[in-house]
Design a protein around this ligand. Structure first.
Ligand code: 475
Length: 838
């Protein structure tokens, strides 16, 4: 660093960042005219967005620098959140709100000739995730920064995020999402690199001093380069770091020999192969496919992150035994499990620690979060694949397993079966490494993401590990969401109304303060404003539908929304069969009967994994039903079916505030938590749901009278499935009528839907669509009745919001910090009130 006596110039000129409208305008214009080389004669909205984003980016990086210095000086424990997915969405609006300068930007942009809403719209979503797991990671980053924890996210800088979805002839078509054309939110750190090795072989020998040396040799080297993304907290100067790794052929490796000997093409091909590692996000949600490139991604990212963390720790010159006091690493599902093995390798092979001492450090460092019990989503990697790609790691895994099984055997000497059941290696053909088991063995805590889910993992997939370790290793942290994005940013008018009653915006930092809304549940004026805001949000969505789909829907109708990844377990098929049932009922009614109906708009949105054929069939059916129903003159406004294309974070911000009812209707016991259920309720929507995931805790908090529950319970699912195969099983007759209606060709070629129907009617109905159909339809009728009484509906809405305090991700982070990471927030002395609460 610069010597003390030469620091004056630095202090004098180091930028302080804008706070006034004029200062903002100066920054934005400077960027537009110099960084972007545009002028007032050719500044379109995209250029205005770019200038604004660069101005805020600069603003953030000043606080980012200070935060990093503060955290380094404090020399306390840090959290490292390892996630293959960070579904960040747009950054500009969030940055403006979190630093409290949205009004300044709004007025400044108006001076320059732009509307802030149009400018915000220009930004491309950062869509480096699939669904719930990736968005949870993004909410957690927001909370960790807001609560002043010293926390880093580590992920991959995919060149292509989740694909863009288009609907053509009712079918999903995938378009690549190249999003890095212009990304002002990242800082390339060409000086922060890690060389990561693949393939090769393991050389074991004894050196001159008689010490066992293990060396992993002759592999292929790929370089990881860091790209840093600032993560601003709300109402605090803390700006944390999200470090994303990008792959490149190592400069040492780029084969100049080849190049010089005329093999130019093959040298370039090697280079491209290296870049492929971070090229694309795997588009599967709740599904693992076991592809080699995916394993390469996982190791590349784990190795780069671990070496970065270890490098930082080594600067502190502490003893290795203090590593777990300085470092907590949280594994977001099993995707980063190789980090456990890599840390053991660093400590034993590279730093020369004894096995037991190293393993003690490792297990005290890691925590593992499980996000699903679906068998097809549990990661297993074939032993031959690992053997080839990571030969040394396979040896370490076997060794870890050996010591683990020996300890199990000592404690349960008579239980031979137990050893086979808990072994990290599955004795199949080929043998497989069970990553969840490795994650459990290598961590000190394992958590599920909602109470039911955490109970289920203890009694089903990880039951034997509860026997081995005792119940205390397993814990629950019910998921949450950041109220900054999901209330304040997505629903500014509702946030403002709440603030007007509560006196300030403190509830955005302490969401339990929402309970102060309860006294207003019967306040006539308040209710009127509440209802008006919901209506305005519905109008906004109706405009979006008009713009993107080209037809209009009635904003006075009941908006019934299901937006999430398309998956059989989430049961969009139950919803669309219910819609068809409703359509059939309307067709059968007299005009007088129709007049009594509550008009409804059924909105669907979500992507199917490109290889998930059944999910694509469901999308196709929804679109075909829409085509028929929406133009049927018998139906008119009474029913509209809308499939919104390309559901993503920024669309969620428009869709969620506009719901009257949202659907969270997974087969009981299958949805680990769900987080959109929380987002919808926080925005004043009611929900129809099964007793699954966090729906159960939402019900407990807001009260049974404020939620529409239906369907079989998780504890009965197994028996029901058994009965389908071995009992005298009868399909629900109303559902059969729906199937007949489809089979008649009402929605086009009935063959297209054959497998969807037969899966339920003939092949065991694994997701219990038929079992729950009656209760689902009856509950939908109750909803229609309840909606007619708008006064009581609005009271339910307000009461629910008032009781949602528990579901902030701030609460989650504090629970992780207390129960798993053993870490305190860093005191920020200069903590400044958010300047203008916009
Ligand atoms: C749950 N993704 C939600 C959310 O905890 C829960 C798995 C394997 C491979 C690729 N993606 C995955 C998931 O398992 C996932 O997104 N799980 C979701 O995590 C946050 O709220 O119920 O389905």
């Amino acid at each position: 660093s610069i010597p003390e006596h030469m620091r004056e110039a630095w202090r004098k000129f180091s930028p302080r960042g804008f706070t006034t409208k004029e200062e903002f305008e100066a920054e934005a214009v400077k960027h537009i005219e110099t960084t972007l080389a545009r002028s007032l004669f050719n500044c379109d909205e995209l250029a205005a967005y770019s200038g604004t984003a660069l101005a805020f980016r600069d603003r953030l990086i000043i606080d980012w620098n200070k935060t990093q210095q503060r955290q380094t000086f404090a020399d306390q424990k840090r959290i490292y959140y390892l996630s293959l997915e960070f579904l960040m969405g747009r950054a500009l609006d969030n940055a403006m709100l979190n630093v409290g300068l949205k009004n300044v930007a709004k007025e400044g942009l108006a001076d320059l000739g732009f509307r802030i809403e149009d400018i915000i719209e220009q930004e491309h979503d950062a869509a480096l995730g699939n669904g719930g797991l990736g968005r949870l990671a993004a909410c957690f980053l927001d909370s960790m920064a807001t609560l002043n924890y010293a926390a880093w996210g580590y992920g991959l800088r995919y060149r292509y995020g989740i694909f863009k979805q288009e609907i053509q002839d009712g079918y999903q078509v995938e378009i690549p999402d190249y999003w890095l054309d212009f990304n002002p939110w990242e800082f390339p750190r060409h000086d922060v690199t890690v060389d990561v090795q693949f393939y090769g072989w393991v050389n074991k020998y004894t050196d001159d001093q008689g010490k066992q040396i293990v060396s992993w040799q002759d592999g292929e080297i790929v370089t990881a380069t860091a790209y840093d993304v600032p993560v601003p907290g709300y109402g605090t100067p803390t700006v944390n770091n999200l470090r994303l790794w990008s792959s490149k052929a190592s400069s040492g490796e780029f084969d100049f020999a080849k190049f010089n000997s005329g093999e130019y093409e093959s040298a370039v091909a090697d280079e491209q192969r290296a870049e492929t590692i971070s090229a694309v996000l795997y588009p599967n949600d709740n599904l693992e496919r076991g592809k080699e490139l995916r394993l390469k991604q996982q190791y590349f990212w784990c190795a780069a992150s671990l070496h970065d963390i270890v490098r930082r720790f080594k600067k502190s010159q502490r003893k290795w035994s203090e590593f777990p006091d300085q470092v907590a690493i949280q594994l977001n599902d099993t995707h980063p499990t190789l980090a456990i093995v890599e840390l053991q390798r660093i400590l034993v092979d590279m730093e020369g620690l004894e096995w037991d001492a190293a393993w003690d450090i490792v297990t005290r460092t890691f925590g593992y979060t499980n996000h699903t019990v679906l068998p097809e989503a549990l990661e297993k990697w074939s032993v031959p694949l690992i053997q080839n790609l990571l030969p040394r790691h396979l040896q370490l895994i076997y060794e870890i397993n050996l010591y683990f099984l020996q300890s199990v055997e000592r404690r349960f000497p008579k239980d031979r079966d137990l050893l086979g059941r808990v072994s990290i290696i599955e004795e199949s053909q080929p043998k497989m490494v069970r990553m969840a088991f490795l994650a459990i063995v290598g961590s000190h805590k394992v958590n599920g993401v909602a109470e039911l889910h955490s109970d289920l993992i203890k009694t089903t997939i990880f039951k034997d590990f509860v026997k081995v370790y005792g119940p205390d290793k397993f814990t629950n942290v019910t998921n949450g969401i950041t109220p900054r994005r999901w209330l304040h940013q997505a629903n500014p008018r509702l946030s403002e109304l709440i603030a007007s009653k509560l006196g300030n915006y403190e509830f955005l930092k302490d969401l339990t303060l929402l309970n102060k809304l309860e006294p207003y549940v019967d306040d006539k004026d308040f209710k009127k404003e509440w209802a008006e805001i919901k209506y305005a949000n519905k109008v906004r969505l109706a405009q979006h539908i008009q713009k993107t789909k080209g037809y209009s829907v009635n904003p006075k109708a009941l908006f019934d929304i299901q937006v999430k990844r398309i998956h059989e377990y989430k049961r969009q098929q139950l919803n669309i069969f219910g819609v068809i049932h409703r359509y059939m009922a309307i067709k059968a009614m007299s005009p007088d009967e129709r007049k009594k109906l509550v008009p409804r708009v059924s909105v669907f949105g979500g992507k199917a994994a490109p290889g998930y054929w059944m999910a694509k069939t469901i999308i196709h059916l929804i679109n075909k039903v829409g085509e028929v129903v929406n133009k049927d003159p018998d139906v008119g406004d009474l029913l509209k079916v809308v499939f919104l294309e390309d559901y993503n974070v920024s669309k969620a911000e428009i869709i969620i505030p506009a719901s009257d009812i949202s659907e969270h209707i997974s087969t009981a016991g299958t949805e680990a938590s769900g987080t959109s259920n929380m987002k919808f309720v926080l925005n004043g929507g009611l929900i129809i749901g099964t007793l699954d995931g966090a729906n159960i805790e939402i019900t407990r908090e807001i009260g049974e009278q404020n939620i529409f529950l239906f369907g079989n319970l998780s504890e009965d699912v197994e028996d029901l499935r058994h009965h389908h195969f071995y009992g005298d099983y009868q399909m629900n007759p109303e559902l059969l009528k729906v199937f007949d209606f489809i089979k008649k060709g009402t929605f086009g070629d009935e063959g297209a839907f054959g497998a969807l129907i037969s899966g339920i009617a003939e092949h065991g109905d694994y997701y219990l669509v038929s079992d729950d159909f009656n209760s689902y339809c009856q509950t939908q009728d109750l909803i229609d009745e309840a909606y007619k009484d708008q006064d009581s509906w609005v009271s339910k809405s307000i009461t629910s919001v008032a009781r949602m305090g528990f579901f902030t991700s701030d609460r989650c982070i504090n629970e992780y910090a207390d129960g798993i990471w053993n870490i305190e927030p860093l005191q920020v002395k200069e903590e400044n009130e958010v300047r203008s609460r916009t």
